[in-house]
Design a protein around this ligand. Sequence first.
Ligand SMILES: C[S@@+](CC[C@H](N)C(=O)[O-])C[C@H]1O[C@@H](n2cnc3c(N)ncnc32)[C@H](O)[C@@H]1O
Length: 199
Amino acid sequence: MNPSFWDNRYAVADFVFGTAPNDFLRLGAERIPAGPVLCLGEGEGRNAAFLASRGHAVTAVDQSATGLAKARQLAADRGLTLATIVADLHDYPIQPGAWAAIVSIFLHLPPRLRARVYSQVATGLQPGGVFILEAYTPAQLAFGTGGPKEVELLPTLAGLRAELAGLDFVIAHECERDVLEGTGHTGRSAVVQVLARRP
Ligand SMILES: C[S@@+](CC[C@H](N)C(=O)[O-])C[C@H]1O[C@@H](n2cnc3c(N)ncnc32)[C@H](O)[C@@H]1O
């Protein structure tokens, strides 16, 4: 999906995915060591603002300038700041060894780009840094409660294990849960959740 799709989707007063953080990230955040955090495909900033409120210096990357403008405002409303970078992840190299955590929440990339980005995730973490991901799996196509309709955009745990080679998987499962995160994600869903640490 191109930037104008997401710019249009975010060009509303409400936050499409809400202003509260993703449930899995909220639980996993306690395992993030002190240090800077990179949020990939961060959209309107709910997760970045949450992590900034926990004391992290947060950089949010997304292809949507409209989404990131809302992210900066959401953070400012809470007395927080974010670094924001409008970029397609095709063109954004993740700096090696730089991040205490990298976060990917409901970011659904085409397979070749996903493999490239996640191989950079594995090297982009500091030793001890963690990667936190939640995404819809192919089983989500039966639910219709959010996410893309193209099966190739929906990762599996087996595929993520290969793409994230080099990380130790601390939490890694596919499951069903009720995702109630804004109007964009609304009900019983099939997801994969990963929390993985760089040794
Ligand atoms: C479903 S939204 C999730 C937003 C946010 N992570 C959240 O959970 O609220 C997916 C986001 O990924 C971004 N995205 C998708 N493909 C991207 C790409 N190739 N480069 C940068 N951002 C991308 C979209 O612009 C969109 O903001």
